[in-house]
Structure formats: structure tokens, C-alpha cells
Design a protein around this ligand. Structure first.
Ligand code: ZN
Ligand code: ZN
Length: 765
């Protein structure tokens, strides 16, 4: 998409990334190669409703004749239709919505652009500035905006770029200050909307309903048109309806040219087994080596790493592998960095000063990245939408690109690396979200009532569950019913208590004790695990030792230093069944969907050297318990049916089956294994039987456990087969071991898990 800066002149040979891979092979790691052909672009002209100044500005930036989908989206939006553009990454969705939105702004309207991250909004602001259209007063409104900038935005901005957090806790509670902006609001753009799934998606859906209500309150004339932009997803029109409550036309016929991509599937080699442990080389270690090899061969490359810590480690290891000057070409990028640092990294990658970057999914979103010939994806990114989004970061300017999927040593990745059909030809999944979740809906209704009293017609806007929830809030004294509607009854600001990115509490700041310098931030549950007293914390290649975590102040104090080991926290989990929702019987086995309360506590940590636990007692920690009310799917089977379990290791069988089931659920629900948790026991007090629970990791549930309940027969069969076909002898990370086990992967029985699942599945309908 030509709004993007042109690619550097010295382009590489098409096959250089692939040559690096072939040279890096030691033992058949390259298990599959697949060429995805390119496509010629189809162009057309802008509809007459696009203002000539805008068409000219876009043409000056290279969009002389728009691709068909860009013109189609602009035409629909300017005709007053809500639109969702669901085309590939880098297909130029932004020119489509900009043509419509900027035309409306020149006609005297205002436009609101919503991105899931601050970084993406900043990137878009730059693209608009580069267009240089007179009369467009664009600005970002985010957590970094100064008071002066906010005041200017309220008085003058006609194109506002922000994120859902700022809308819900900044604009909407202070709507009167934005009156002028709302009065003329013509277009709302929701970019990268496929990212709004699970609990976050459910919150954003309610924020958008609150926004629609305030826009209607101040608006004169037509209500604003919503333009959604998404990666290719399974059900774009449904996604738009779930998020906004509005019917939208789906624009899916992608007219942009597509670079040919070679998709390589890479399975890290087996390590020498020690102490009877069989393991593959970690995907992050492989990614670091491949990233270094790419940089050495002058192939610009981006490595997507699942965790923040992983991104740091990969960048550090790649730098270590590269001597001298080249080491300076590699950096890490993730959320939690300070804005100036992020800007600098983005500029470095764009300008070619950096040629290798290890990043979390923070860079997956539309930030313009060009000149990349290779993308390394270390581990299943959670959804097919993300997979293609990440792969799409390579080869933007019509050059042959290489995407490499590096399997982690876990059941899901092992399954996918050997099932290229499932990985590369699976339809992109629909987004799973549940705006009716009472933990989500209730607080937003309270916030809405505080913004403007709620009326009967408003309740329709908030969905069928709103009427009951409003009554509950009234009974609880949050709302007061008067003849003209429901009023907020307390003296607080309810939007402040909403955490739209999940129930993560206040962010914990990581601060260097001696200087007071802010090193980074993280959510509270992560802080329990990663910056507890005595933890080793990695940030941008630097190692820090945590001197203390002060939860009351949401701060972790650290000192720079590398003690020569890393740390790994251990936690304990308990589950209480609060209410059963559904139950089915499969012979002796039963499957249950229930509301549960999960109690978790990080209790100790171990020190690791080169990934192996140091032989010494674990260090106890005193951290508070955290409880979570959520939804779980569970299966139970009476213990007297389990006589055939090898060695009678019921606990090991249940635990192994739990791990593998958690590993495979992301194939069936749009979640990743970090969104869900599990607990297994050979005798659970609530059921009196062997029980395996898999629960949503978010308050009120996110729809994942429910999805597991619905597809349980397929899910558990796939789990059983993944374990049974794993070539290991007694269980390995590719089948039954879990990287996030709170019990150090003990006990585990691979054979027991297979026979347990056979018994559970023996009487499926
Ligand atoms: Zn195995
Ligand atoms: Zn476990």
C-alpha cells in the first residue's frame, strides 16, 4: 500500500531468506515448504463522492488508482452504509477508510479513529500528516497526551485518533467537553477489529454502544457511519454486528496485489535427553539463531515471539550470536516500553538501522513495516487471523517473502507442524466474544447511566441481557429508577473501575531503585509471576534483579545485574463449583459446564541455570491469593471405572490429560493456552470423582470453556490422538508437559492419559 514509505532500493534476491534456512538446517528441521502464489492487483477509480483534494493527496502518496476494495469501501461509507473491510494484511485498507473519512471531514464533519494500541494510532497520525491535506486537524488522544494537547483536541481536532481505553475512561465520562466533536461526528473507524475478541472484545463492544448513545445525544443529522477494518476473518459481517450492534456490508474481495510467499514449517531438533527428559530445542532459541543468521546474511527479518520475556531473550541471544557492529542491528520491541523508545525502534526498523527485531504481537498490528524479507513466527500465535497478519508483515512491496513457523515443544505446535493443511489451509476463525457477560455488561451500564440517564430504548442498544442487568444494578443500589429513566446513584466514576483489557488490576511499574527510572510496566497477575521478590527480570536485553515487589503501591523495585540464573515461579490452584450450567452423560463419564471460583497463589520460585532447575530448595514467597469467578468445562468419571489405568496412577493420568487438552483447545476456540487454565485431581471434593477442569482465565468467562463443552467429543479425541501419536516414551513437552504448570509437571502419566481419555470417549454419542 503506497501510503507506506517506499522500500529501500537495495532489494534482496528473492530466495535469500530461504537459503539462510537451508543453510541453518542440521537435522531435518525444515519439515514442510509451501508456496503461496502471488496475485495481480485490480485497480479502479475513486467514486465521485471522494473529495478531489483527498484523491489528489492519496495520488501524491502513490495511490493513483485505488484497488477495487478500497474504492468499494469508500463508496459504501460515503453512501451512508456501515462497512467492514476484511482483506489481507498490507492490502491497503487504510486508504479505503481515509478516502471516506477525510472527505467527510472536509465537508465539515469530524472523524474518530480507534486503534487497539497507542502505537498504531501514532502510526496512523503520521500517515495522515504525510498526506498534507489542508483543513485536516488530526491529533492523537491517548494516555501520553498532555493537558494542553487534550484541550486543543477538544476545541479544534476534526480527526481524532485514540483507543478504546481513552474513549471509555476519557471521552465518554467527559462528553460535554467533546460536545463540538460529537455534534459533527460523521465517521467512526475501528481498525484491526479482529483483535477485539474474548473479554477485551466484549468490553469494546459495550464501549462502542456507549459511544453510539453519546453520539446520538449530541449529533445533528445522520448518526455516524462505522467503518471497521479487519484481517481476513471467517464472518466479517457477524463480527461487525457483535462489536457495534449495527448491520454492516462486508467488503472481502481483495483487489490488492499479493507477493508470493514461501511458508516454511520448522521443527526444532531434539536435544540430547538428560535425566530421562526428552525435549526439543526451545522455539525461542531457534528463533534467535535464525534471526541472527538472517541479519548476518543481510535479510531484514522480524521474529514474532509469544511472550514479552521471550522477545527480550531472543533479541539478547541474537545479539550475542552476532559479533561487533552487527549486534547493534538487533532490538526487541514489545508493549510496556515507553512511547519514545517505541517510536525510536519503529523508525530504526523503517530506516534500515535495525535489520533484525524480536517482537511480541505488539508489532503485529498495522504499524507500517517495510523492507522485511522474512518473518519468523515462534510458536502458534493464538489465531489464524494473527498467523496471517504476522506472515503478512513480510514482502509488502511485491517481493517474494518467506514466513517461517517455528514449532514450540507443545502439543498444539507439534500437531500443526505435522499437519500443514490444518495450519495453512484452515479457514480464519470467527471472533469469539460475549458482550452479555454480566461482569462486562453491568459496569458498562453503570458507566452509561453516569454519562446520561438510561432510558428504555437505550436498553435495546445494550442487548437482550440489559434489562435484567439494570434491575440487578438497581437492586444493588448502583442505579436509581426515576420516571425519566435509571440514574447512577453513587458518588464515584464507574468507568474508572472498568478494566477493558481483562481483570488485570492496576499496572505494576518496574522502577530502578537507585535512580527512580521507570524501566517498564506489567499487569498485576504477571507481576506475581515475573517481578516477585528475588526474581530476575529481563528488559531490552538487560538483566535486573528484583529487590522487592510492593503490591500496595503497584511498584517493583529492581537493580541492574545478571546473577547468572533466571527464575521460575510456582503457583497453587483451587476450584470451587458455584453453579452448574449444563451437563451431559457419556456412559459412566459426565461432562459439565459450570460457574466456578478459581483461587490461585504464587507460593515459591526456583532458580534455573541454562533452563535447568538448580538443585536447591525452592524459595518461598508471601504473595496474596487471587480469586477469579469464571466458567469451566469439566469431565468426571467414577474411580471404580478406572481400574485399567496403567500403574493406577490416576493423578498422573488426569494431570497429563489436562495439560494436553489445554494445549489443543485453541484449535477449537479462539483462544490461546495462556487464556485458559486447568486443574485436575483424582478426587475432587465437589464431584467425589476424578475430575479435570479447564477454565477461562477471565472473570465471568470469555466463551472458551463453553466452546470446549460444545465441541468436547472432537476436542478430547484430538487430545487423545495428539498424546497417543507423540513418538516420545513417557511424555514430553510436545504432548503432556506444560510450560506453565504450577506443579513442575509432576505427576504425569502419558499412557494413563490415553487410557483415561479412551474411557471418557468410549460412550460419546
Ligand atoms: Zn511426547
Ligand atoms: Zn500441571
Amino acid at each position: 500500500m503506497p501510503i507506506i514509505a517506499p522500500r529501500r532500493a537495495e532489494t534482496r534476491q528473492d530466495s535469500s531468506a530461504l537459503a539462510v534456512l537451508r543453510a541453518a538446517q542440521r537435522a531435518g528441521e525444515l519439515v514442510h515448504l509451501e508456496d503461496i502464489p502471488g496475485q495481480q492487483g485490480r485497480s479502479t477509480s475513486w467514486p465521485e463522492t471522494v473529495r478531489p483534494e483527498i484523491a489528489a493527496a492519496l495520488a501524491a502518496r502513490g495511490v493513483v488508482s485505488p484497488w477495487t476494495h478500497q474504492a468499494q469501501a469508500a463508496a459504501l461509507a460515503l453512501a451512508g452504509r456501515h462497512v467492514i473491510i476484511a482483506t489481507r494484511a498490507a492490502s491497503g485498507k487504510s486508504a479505503g477508510y481515509l478516502a471516506a473519512a477525510l472527505s467527510q471531514v472536509l465537508d465539515g464533519g469530524t472523524a474518530l479513529y480507534i486503534a487497539p494500541t497507542k502505537a498504531l494510532a501514532a502510526d496512523q497520525l503520521k500517515a495522515i500528516g504525510d498526506l498534507g491535506v489542508r483543513g485536516i486537524r488530526a491529533t492523537c488522544y491517548d494516555g501520553d497526551s498532555t493537558i494542553a494537547e487534550r484541550t486543543w483536541a477538544q476545541a479544534h481536532a476534526n480527526y481524532l485518533l485514540t483507543n478504546p481505553d481513552m474513549i471509555q475512561n476519557g471521552m465518554l465520562p467527559n462528553h460535554a467537553r467533546w460536545r463540538g466533536f460529537f455534534r459533527r461526528l460523521r465517521v467512526v473507524i475501528i481498525d484491526e477489529c479482529h483483535g477485539y475478541r474474548g473479554v477485551f472484545g466484549s468490553h469494546v463492544a459495550q464501549v462502542l454502544r456507549r459511544l453510539r448513545r453519546i453520539a446520538a445525544h449530541y449529533g445533528v443529522g445522520q448518526p455516524p457511519v462505522f467503518i471497521l477494518a479487519s484481517a481476513t476473518i471467517g464472518n466479517p459481517a457477524d463480527c461487525a454486528r457483535q462489536l457495534t450492534g449495527l448491520d454492516a456490508v462486508a467488503v472481502t474481495d481483495d483487489g490488492s496485489p499479493r507477493a508470493p510467499v514461501t511458508f516454511a514449517l520448522w521443527e526444532p531438533p531434539l536435544l540430547h535427553t538428560y535425566a530421562e527428559v526428552r525435549a526439543r530445542r526451545p522455539a525461542t532459541t531457534e528463533a534467535a539463531d535464525l534471526l541472527a543468521a538472517m541479519v548476518r546474511a543481510e535479510v531484514p527479518a522480524l521474529a514474532f515471539i509469544r511472550s514479552r520475556r521471550g522477545a527480550e531473550t531472543v533479541a539478547m541471544a541474537a545479539r550475542d550470536a552476532l559479533d561487533g557492529e552487527l549486534a547493534g542491528n538487533v532490538a526487541a520491541y514489545r508493549s510496556g516500553y515507553l512511547p519514545d523508545d517505541r517510536r525510536e525502534l519503529e523508525a530504526g526498523l523503517r530506516g534500515g538501522r535495525l535489520t533484525g527485531m524480536a517482537t511480541t504481537s505488539a508489532l503485529e498490528l498495522g504499524i507500517n513495516m517495510t523492507g522485511l524479507d522474512a518473518v519468523l513466527i515462534a510458536g502458534w500465535p493464538g489465531t489464524w487471523a494473527s498467523l496471517w497478519q504476522q506472515a503478512g508483515r513480510a514482502g509488502r512491496a511485491g517481493h517474494h517473502a518467506t514466513a517461517v513457523f517455528i514449532a514450540r515443544d507443545d502439543p498444539l505446535d507439534s500437531y500443526l507442524v505435522h499437519h500443514p493443511d490444518k495450519l495453512l489451509r484452515h479457514p480464519v476463525e470467527p471472533a469469539v466474544l460475549d458482550p452479555a457477560n454480566p461482569y462486562v455488561l453491568g459496569p458498562h451500564l453503570a458507566a452509561a447511566a453516569a454519562e446520561l440517564p438510561l432510558t428504555g430504548p437505550d436498553l435495546e442498544l445494550f442487548g437482550p441481557a440489559a434489562a435484567t442487568t439494570v434491575n440487578d444494578l438497581t437492586a444493588a443500589g448502583e442505579l436509581r429508577k426515576r420516571p425519566s429513566g435509571w440514574y447512577y446513584a453513587r458518588h464515584r466514576r464507574p468507568s474508572r473501575e472498568i478494566s477493558i483489557r481483562g481483570d488485570l488490576g492496576r499496572p505494576v511499574r518496574v522502577v530502578e531503585e537507585a535512580t527512580g527510572r521507570l524501566v517498564g510496566t506489567m499487569d498485576e497477575p504477571s507481576a506475581h509471576r515475573y517481578v516477585h521478590d528475588g526474581a530476575v527480570y529481563l528488559h531490552q536485553g538487560e538483566s535486573y534483579l528484583v529487590s522487592r515487589l510492593e503490591l500496595a503501591d503497584s511498584v517493583a523495585l529492581v537493580e541492574p545485574g545478571d546473577p547468572g540464573y533466571t527464575t521460575q515461579a510456582r503457583d497453587l490452584t483451587d476450584i470451587d463449583v458455584m453453579r452448574e450450567r449444563r451437563r451431559v452423560r457419556w456412559g459412566d463419564a459426565e461432562l459439565v459446564l459450570a460457574d466456578v471460583r478459581v483461587t490461585r497463589q504464587v507460593v515459591e520460585y526456583a532458580r534455573l541455570r541454562s533452563g535447568k532447575k538448580i538443585k536447591e530448595p525452592a524459595v518461598p514467597l508471601e504473595l496474596p491469593q487471587r480469586t477469579l469467578s469464571t466458567v469451566a468445562v469439566a469431565w468426571t468419571i467414577p474411580n471404580d471405572c478406572l481400574l485399567s489405568i496403567p500403574g493406577n496412577d490416576l493423578g498422573g493420568a488426569a494431570h497429563a490429560a489436562e495439560h494436553a487438552a489445554i494445549g489443543l483447545l485453541p484449535l477449537f476456540a479462539t483462544c490461546d493456552r495462556w487464556d485458559i487454565g486447568g486443574l485436575s485431581t483424582e478426587l475432587h471434593p465437589a464431584t467425589g470423582q476424578l475430575t479435570v477442569f479447564v477454565y477461562d482465565g477471565h472473570a465471568g468467562g470469555a466463551g472458551f470453556a463453553e466452546r470446549g463443552f460444545t465441541v468436547a467429543a472432537d476436542w478430547l479425541s484430538a487430545t487423545r490422538n495428539a498424546i497417543a501419536t507423540c513418538p516420545c516414551e513417557a511424555g514430553c513437552p510436545s504432548c503432556v508437559q506444560s510450560p506453565k504448570c504450577g506443579n513442575g509437571n509432576s505427576p504425569l502419566s502419558k499412557a494413563g492419559a490415553v487410557s483415561l481419555l479412551d474411557l471418557v470417549l468410549s460412550n460419546t454419542p
